[in-house]
Design a protein around this ligand. Sequence first.
Ligand code: PSV
Ligand code: MN
Ligand code: MN
Length: 384
Amino acid sequence: MSSPADLDTFTIELPSWAFGNAGTRFKVFATPGVPRDPYEKISDAAQVHRYTGLAPRVSLHIPWDLVDDYDALARHAADEGVSIGAINSNLFQDDDYRLGSLANPSKAVRDKAIAHHAACVDVMRATGSTDLKLWLPDGTNYPGQDSIRARQDRLADSLQQVYALLDPGHRLLIEYKLFEPSFYTMDIPDWGTALTHCLALGDQANVVLDTGHHAPSTNIEFIVAMLLRAGRLGAFDFNSRFYADDDLMVGAADPFQLFRILNEIVEQDAHLPASGVNFMLDQCHNIEPKIQGQIRSVLNVEEALAKALLVDRAALTAAQQEGDVLGAHAVVMDAYNTDVRRSLADRREDKGLERDPVAAFRASGYLDRVSAERVGGLQASWGA
Ligand code: PSV
Ligand code: MN
Ligand code: MN
């Protein structure tokens, strides 16, 4: 049975790329104090954990987070009070990938993409990471450009080779996306395609659900329930969207949707660490301060989870069994409409944290200090 105390074991993983400069294809606005290397990105991420107590891991993206010595990077993370989370492969920034990576018609290009994953698994071994996260940008722009079926066959073969690289205890997390950068077909456009590949690969393969990667008005909580039922929801990439893959702060566009998603999570006890679901953020902060944006996002997820934990499950089940449509709906809405902000602040205080993490970070002087120290920070990793 879920309880508000379950918040004690809930964690959120932060993306290293949220701390670098990001933007759209129109403009990347530089931010003072932005990290100059992966070490500084981890230091910034550690600030989020320091003020929220909720974000003890940082995802890396290879080769954006290339360093000579990953043992040293993992030690730096530990010194800062965090650890290295998922290792993301990059299949979208090499000229050879014009026609795709793992599904490319050319075997030489597919082999190159597979070799990149071998390098990522080496990073996992050095950093103690257990999750290899694969977002496939492959697809086509025009009908007839390539065979949809042949691309799936090549992809299945490549994925098998990537899967074979894993150690016991490692997981391959496969992310789907409806469109972009390919506009006619994506080779993994939806959860059905991702799940089909995972089922063919084996127990170490799971699906990543990025909340920004669906058609407008898709019922995401339904997908959550189905993937959990299949035992194949490996991770979330949380963010908000108004229009496309906006990568805005989670809970900003539609806090009710975030609550509905977490309500399904709690219904199946997937908020507990034993579920293996890795709750990650995948966001870019183009115009707002980045560390504060991450703190706000983590708090938004915490707030939605706190509300989902308030749902009276016994009353809900009873109303559902009785066919009391409005009664069941009211149970869910009562939880959503509860203001949990004060109780979460109390909880923080009990744990020795500041009641208002955003205000405390702002008052800490960290940004002024790093802005003075860091000159020539990281440029944009990509557009939105
Ligand atoms: C591109 O859409 C993307 O935002 C995916 O969501 C990945 O998770 C992320 O890039 C990092 O590769
Ligand atoms: Mn993502
Ligand atoms: Mn995305």
